[in-house]
Design a protein around this ligand. Structure first.
Ligand code: MEV
Length: 321
């Protein structure tokens, strides 16, 4: 048996715009997905034959396994909310890749895991997926993804994808966050309404093609992200929060928020540096950056959502055995 674990992610700035090459900044969160694989007479998940329509990410990861490497059964456990904007499918893909490669005695880097998992996300999102979720889950820490990385980021790898809107290219880099003796925490609030990333990304693509002026919101998210990243790297939390709020306004203009997300965000802002929807939107999660995590979590629960507190600094994917 081989086992691997990969964390979920929270996007501080840049979701959706990153699909079009603008920068995005994401951090790994504490919760994640653990995958164990063991030899089996057929591909299976939790003791049942693998159904590719229920597990498109696993099917895609398996398609890149070397020929004649056998068939395996997956046992999956997760502390993430599912289809909630926390990168659960990216974490599943990264952990499944690492566990399978370990099982067949192959050494795979977290960069290889990020690349294979990105292709799995793209397969599942009708060809439109940035490497943000998968790179953050694989590498951990703070990740920047952009068609052209800002100087503050250290380049780690490049990724490209053929989409119906043309060839997209991204560079993936890491940013060192300063040691802060009392850093703020992230609090995520899950509305309970799951949301499909592929559907939301397609909705934005349709919106832009029917209302080309909406592209301005994506350009604006790109500009805010650049400023927010500089604030983040120098621990200027008020400025980070302002950039989060400004990104959220553009995501609202792109019809990605919901009344429940708005209620949650409004209720936590007085106790946070900033709060916004995170991930694909249309349901899923909001996030707040705050020094009062218990209070913010309580406000979220009072508004009928599920709260999760995470430190700002978290490790990437790991092979467990
Ligand atoms: C989803 O977590 C982030 C999106 O920007 C999609 C992507 O980057 O592939 C909405």
């Amino acid at each position: 048996m081989a086992e691997a674990r990969a964390p979920g992610k929270a996007i501080l700035f840049g979701e959706h715009a990153v699909v079009y090459g603008h920068p995005a900044v994401a951090v790994a969160i504490k919760a994640g997905v653990q995958v164990a694989v063991s030899v089996n007479k057929e591909w299976a998940v939790e003791g049942r034959p693998l159904d590719p329509t229920r597990h498109p990410h696993l099917k895609s990861i398996i398609s890149r396994m070397p020929r004649e490497s056998g068939t395996y059964s997956f046992q999956i456990s997760s502390t993430l909310f599912s289809a909630a904007g926390q990168g659960s499918s990216a974490a599943l893909s990264v952990a499944a890749h690492l566990a399978l490669r370990k099982q067949i005695g192959e050494i795979s880097s977290t960069i290889d895991a990020a690349k294979s998992a990105h292709l799995a996300e793209a397969d599942a999102q009708s060809g439109r997926a940035s490497p943000t979720d998968t790179a953050t889950s694989a590498l951990g820490g703070c990740i920047v993804v952009s068609s052209s990385l800002p100087p503050i980021a250290k380049h780690v790898f490049s990724a490209e994808l053929k989409t119906s809107e043309g060839l997209r290219k991204w560079d993936v880099g890491t940013v060192d966050l300063q040691d802060d003796s009392n850093p703020p925490s992230l609090v995520l609030g899950f509305t309970g309404n799951s949301s499909k990333t592929g559907k939301m990304v397609a909705m934005v693509a349709d919106l832009i093609s029917s209302n080309p002026e909406k592209k301005h919101d994506l350009d604006s998210i790109g500009e805010i992200t650049e400023v927010g990243l500089i604030a983040l790297a120098s621990s200027q939390w008020e400025a980070v929060g302002m950039a989060m709020n400004a990104c959220h306004d553009r995501l609202v203009s792109l019809n990605l928020s919901t009344p429940h997300l708005e209620r949650l965000i409004e209720s936590v802002r007085p106790h946070s540096f900033g709060a916004k929807l995170t991930g694909a939107g249309g349901g899923g999660c909001m996030m707040a950056l705050t020094k009062e995590p218990a209070r913010v979590a309580q406000m979220i629960e009072l508004c009928g959502a599920k709260a999760m507190i995470s430190p700002l600094h978290n490790k990437g994917a790991q092979i467990l055995g």
